[in-house]
Design a binder for this molecule. Sequence first.
Ligand SMILES: [Zn+2]
Length: 312
Amino acid sequence: MQGDGDGWVTCAQGHRHWGRYGAAGLLIRAADAVVLQHRAPWSHHGDTWGLLGGARDSHETVGTAALREAAEEAGIGPDSVRLTGVHTADHGRWSYTTVLAEAVGPLRPASVNPESVEVRWQPVDAVDRLPLHPGFAATWPMLRAAYPPPHLVVDAANVVGSRPDGWWHRRLSAAQALHDQLAVFARAGLGPWSSPLREGVERLSSGIAPESWPVANRIVGLSWIYPRVTMVVEGQARHIAAGSTVEVVRAVGSGDDAIVGVVRAHPDSLVVTADQKLRRRVGGLGADVVGPQWLRARLDVSSTQPTERPRQ
Ligand SMILES: [Zn+2]
């Protein structure tokens, strides 16, 4: 119930913490800045910089709690960010979960309650020079490295074509169905972390083993990830309806050229296609590739799960 998480607890390591059901915070990241809160002097570890966040209530998921706190403390609405990952520091009997997010448009945080002196974007490079809340200071090096989030680029024509299909109007409906499944997948995320993104990934450019896939290295330590998803459509499939969860690139000319364009902007993408020529092109730019069956298996799993995870 509302507010039932308020209270002090002593963790297994002997610290005193706020939050009977643990606490959660939101780390909003842009390419070179993060949103931080300058905590009020009277608060626990006052006058330090840390995350927007606070005690979880018993009924809340970590995502719900972190987003509620960001709204209460900085007026940040849930639609202005996209979740990218979850990291939990478990102290025993108490845990702090950092929900990682990225802004989906211009975002102007502001201090809207007395718990903060200030809430603002801080340059990533300046964070280490600030007086940090000790909990945030301990996790910041790992959180800093977990950006950008994994980026999946889907060759829609190839993935749709991987299942028997005949008519052009069915191509449109099949692409729409794929988009809708990808939207569920992007919101549901992947985890608990057991290298689901790495299985089946082929490194074409340099022969480096999948274990050293750079995107995977960046998400080590996260218990849950929400990849960015870009779907490239061509021909009739350009007319699919799309929301804001999946970025849809509607190729005017060649779909392959459009995919190469996306990869140029995001060289460490994971591209989903079975097209050998395209695989060589994106592999040459540094992307990893995986086949449509890999994606189908993930989509079939995520479509059977509730979209808001994890609870932890
Ligand atoms: Zn502790």
